[in-house]
Design a protein around this ligand. Structure first.
Ligand code: NDP
Length: 356
């Protein structure tokens, strides 16, 4: 058992790093668990650095217009962590998700945030100090905890989808889109939100064609993203349709998915889309399992804030920020904002308890 920490932050997306920057500058010496580099986390979309690390350009995070970012990125970020950056020429419009996350991580560590690459697997929040059990690094105690564990991509839940996961079924185009099995072949993207359009657009770099499967007659995506889908000659909208079954070769993992049988929800007729891949972009579920129900949640499992405009949860000393508590805005910039709020709330909690 270690010393009692002032502030432990769980999660390494924009909420976690922003909380860390504020907590570190307030001399709380925050300790941040960024998640473990396990295969399970990779498949479930819970790798360190969160969802943004799995995306391409981030055009709407204020402060990063297009321009000569290369010099800035290479001077700001430790060279040992620049290995995953794509050439700037490939993303002329804005900073990329991985770059933005590395900038935030660097900023947090510059102010003394200590980072551990591990998962918090369970907690005991029944009393102070709060107890956190990790996968590889034992147990930690803290006076305040900021939960910023984000949300993970949903799957449809079909047995055939499960069977072909990682053999043509994926929830991350950026992670998997460049694989040989998807090159110059038709692909299916399920969903009609901003994520689906983003995934579909990205996949057109590799695929011969991308079917965007909508269960309704229209997209949920913002107007600008809808325009991007409609103007891309490689994207074809397939309306009023849901996945009936993922088809493929089970015996040969090199083959995997060969098609998707879809059902028209208006006529109940089924038809076949030939495709070597199916990408899910149908929303997310907050990552709260490790809490074992000890923090009150709202509908669909999002952590409840107990006071409006405060990141206070049902447990004294525990605060929640980012997508784990937000089913409404879900933007990188709002996550950063609530991360900042959580650090300020934690600092005030410590001050009122006489610790800071
Ligand atoms: P959304 O909840 O916005 O969209 C989910 C989509 O999946 C909807 O089209 C929904 O259909 C569909 N869907 C849900 N369940 C099923 C199912 N079982 N079968 C078939 N289709 C299904 O999620 P996103 O992940 O797209 O976006 C989340 C948030 O992140 C949003 O606020 C979005 O604006 C933001 N975001 C912003 C980006 C940007 O600005 N560039 C990029 C990516 C995300 P239906 O519409 O019928 O409900």
């Amino acid at each position: 058992m270690s010393n009692i920490e002032n502030c432990i932050i769980i999660g390494s997306g924009p909420a976690g790093w922003s909380a860390a920057i504020y907590a570190a500058r307030a001399n709380l010496r925050p300790l941040l668990f960024e998640g473990a580099m396990t295969e399970e986390n990779r498949v479930m979309g819970r790798f360190p650095m969160g969802q943004l690390a799995q995306t391409t350009e981030v055009e709407n995070y204020a402060g990063f217009p297009s321009g000569k970012l290369k010099e800035f990125l290479t001077s700001a970020i430790d060279p040992s962590r620049q290995y995953m950056f794509p050439p700037v020429e490939e993303h002329p419009h804005a900073v990329t998700g991985p770059e933005l996350m590395e900038l935030m991580r660097q900023q947090a560590t510059n102010f003394g945030t200590r980072v551990i690459t591990d998962d918090v697997v369970s907690v005991d929040f029944s009393k102070q100090p709060l107890v956190l059990n990790t996968s590889e690094n034992g147990t930690y105690e803290a006076r305040t905890v900021i939960i910023a564990t984000g949300a993970s991509a949903n799957y449809l839940g079909l047995p055939s989808e499960e069977k072909f996961r990682n053999r043509g079924v994926s929830a991350c185009a950026v992670c998997d889109g460049a694989l040989p099995r998807f090159r110059n072949k038709p692909l299916v993207v399920v969903g009609g939100g901003d994520s689906a359009v983003e995934e579909a657009s990205y996949l057109t770099k590799y695929a011969s064609k991308v079917y965007l499967l909508l269960r309704r007659g229209e997209m949920r995506a913002s107007k600008i993203m809808q325009g991007r889908a409609l103007s891309n000659p490689k994207i074809e909208l397939v309306k009023f349709s849901v996945v009936d079954e993922v088809l493929g070769d089970e015996a040969d993992p090199r083959v995997g998915v060969t098609g998707v049988r879809i059902k028209n929800v208006q006529t109940n007729n089924t038809s076949l889309l030939e495709a070597t891949g199916m990408f899910l972009a149908i929303g997310h579920t907050p990552n709260t399992k490790f809490l074992g129900g000890q923090v009150e949640t709202r509908e669909h499992g999002y952590i409840a804030w107990k006071q409006s405009y405060r990141t206070i949860t049902s447990v004294p000393g525990v605060f929640a920020a980012g997508d784990v508590a937000d089913d409404y805005y879900r933007q990188a910039i709002t996550s950063s904002g609530t991360g900042c709020m959580a650090a300020l709330d934690a600092e005030r909690f410590l001050a009122s308890a006489g610790f800071h």
